[in-house]
Design a protein around this ligand. Structure first.
Ligand SMILES: Nc1ncnc2c1ncn2[C@@H]1O[C@H](COP(=O)(O)OP(=O)(O)O)[C@@H](O)[C@H]1O
Ligand SMILES: [Mg+2]
Length: 241
């Protein structure tokens, strides 16, 4: 048995004729920060949906902490320590910021008081302490992203999957989010991060995995991968579309 927290072996997802994720294998160890990159449509979000249980793989095996989780529901995977954000944020718009994060906190704190205390702590961590009482619908895009991270943290995860949390943010908001990711890493959290901006990837990732048309085409240390001709070609191909 390896010491990986997350392990994928030959994971495949077919949608009718399309192979969105094609025989992908990799491991992530506790405490690592790994980035998944690849052009639009490469299968990155589908891969996250397979990991957190929104989708079931057509083939292959996903292990979390040594346990096969292929057929577990999302809430059961969350209990095992897997948290995530969504590329398109899904806050409960009519609830307050505090209540949104309490929804996450209830997973491990059934009591109202404990859930609220946990939610307030996580909102401080993501920098939303000033916004606890307002409705989620009133947040800016960057604040919604922080809310999603706060809700994931409130579930007390070992590993968090972040899906393009920088997209659409301005430079100072991006810098802010990079700072948050660094703090989470320092706290010992394991992070798997989908990110399109390679400069941003360079700023935090230790290891990079590249997907192209569902296939893992490269994996290795960030510096080597981000200067690889094959990776650059996959990205230039994307721009020509
Ligand atoms: N639920 C679905 N049904 C059918 N096709 C899908 C579904 N989800 C994603 N796809 C297709 O799978 C491919 C990969 O999509 P996605 O995982 O969203 O890519 P990425 O996140 O890398 O941009 C795309 O061609 C997309 O259209
Ligand atoms: Mg995506």
């Amino acid at each position: 048995m390896s010491d990986a927290f997350l392990s994928l072996q030959g994971v495949t997802k077919r949608f009718l004729g399309l192979v969105a994720v094609d025989n992908v294998s990799f491991e992530v160890k506790r405490g690592e920060v790994v980035s998944i990159i690849g052009p639009n449509g490469a299968g990155k979000t589908t891969l996250f949906n397979l990991l957190t249980g929104q989708l079931r793989p057509t083939d292959g095996a996903i292990h979390l902490n040594g346990q096969l989780i292929n057929s577990l529901r999302p809430d059961a995977r969350a209990k095992l320590g897997l948290g995530r954000t969504f590329q398109v944020t899904k806050p409960l718009l009519s609830l307050t910021v505090l209540e949104n994060v309490m929804v996450g906190a209830f997973l491990k704190h059934p009591g109202l008081k404990e859930a609220e205390a946990c939610a307030r702590e996580m909102l401080a961590e993501v920098g939303l302490s000033q916004r606890v009482g307002i409705r989620a619908s009133e947040l800016t895009l960057s604040e919604r992203r922080k809310l999603e991270v706060g809700r994931a943290l409130a579930m007390d995860p070992t590993m968090v999957l972040l899906d393009e949390v920088m997209a659409g943010l301005n430079q100072s908001e991006v810098d802010d989010m990079i700072g948050l990711i660094r703090r989470l890493h320092q706290r010992g959290l394991t992070l798997l991060i989908i990110e399109h901006n390679l400069k941003v990837v360079r700023s935090f990732a230790e290891r990079v995995i590249v997907l192209d048309r569902g296939v893992k085409i490269a994996e290795g240390k960030a510096d080597a991968i981000l200067s690889s001709p094959e990776v650059i070609k996959a990205y230039l191909g994307d721009r020509r579309k």
